[in-house]
Design a protein around this ligand. Structure first.
Ligand code: 13P
Length: 251
């Protein structure tokens, strides 16, 4: 079994104008040949330009959402094929902000993931519990349900990445303990192997997301079954994201 290639992914969310592309230039200059996969998911308006900026560099570009349909009367939405044409290699799906702000269900996330993979994108599928769910000791049950409902019928290391993002850790400065991260990541690995077979389950990369920053990246990357991070705020500044990449390269 080939070792899983580590992935540092940045989610810019609704942040970034063309001036911010200078951060991408700085990031590429700091990591001319990164020792892990690096992905930036800017807002849709910047995707094409960011992908052009990264042309010839290992840094990959991704979208933050796509529609499940290939085309049609869906004002304001973007299809997977459109993201691909704009230069994306990945798309984040089922982020908790999409689930909360747009009422996305597990079934919708699954339909989007099928569309993304059919179009040739790798789907970064997000799962994670709320604080109330954690406090009522329902975390693993919620994760199991989200995995069962959101993942496509087939998965592989090339087509799917799973990101564990506890909702309460996003943008809050709070992080689970390393033991809590290990418990969920080991659980996700076991669920994937149980549902999709050991080879596929073993090949899929598992990212941790939620208040990852330079000061806590190394200890998180040392946790079992953590293959990288999905980083929000700290991916906006090249210096911070670069430090996280360096920590992942060393892990
Ligand atoms: P923060 O790193 O800002 O907590 O955001 C995490 C996240 O939601 C990435 O998708």
């Amino acid at each position: 079994m080939a070792p899983r290639r580590k992935l540092a992914a940045g989610n810019w969310k609704m942040n970034g104008l063309s001036a911010n592309l200078s951060e991408v230039e700085a990031l590429m200059a700091a990591h001319p040949a990164p020792g892990c996969d690096v992905l930036l998911c800017p807002p849709a308006t910047l995707l094409h330009r960011l992908a052009q900026t990264c042309a010839g560099h290992a840094l990959a570009a991704g979208g933050q959402d796509c529609h499940a349909a290939g085309n049609g009367a869906h004002t304001g939405d973007t299809s997977a094929e459109m993201l691909l044409e704009a230069g994306a290699a990945y798309v984040i799906l089922g982020h908790s902000e999409r689930r909360a702000d747009h009422g996305e269900s597990n079934a919708e996330v699954r339909a989007k993931s099928v569309a993304a993979i059919e179009a040739g994108l790798a789907a970064v599928i997000c799962v994670g519990e709320t604080l109330a769910e954690r406090e009522s000791t329902r975390t693993l049950e919620v994760i199991r349900e989200q995995l069962a409902g959101s993942l496509p019928g087939q998965i592989s290391g090339d087509t799917v990445v799973v990101a564990y993002e506890p909702v309460w850790a996003i943008g809050s400065g709070l992080t689970p303990t390393l033991e809590q991260i290990a418990e969920v990541h080991d659980f996700i690995r076991a669920e994937l192997s149980r549902g999709f077979g050991e080879d596929a389950g073993d090949a899929v990369r598992l990212l941790y997301g939620g208040s990852v920053k330079p000061s806590n990246a190394s200890e998180i990357f040392a946790v079992s079954n953590v293959d990288g991070a999905l980083v929000g705020g700290a991916s906006l500044k090249a210096a911070d994201f670069s430090a996280i990449i360096t920590a992942l390269e060393a892990a």
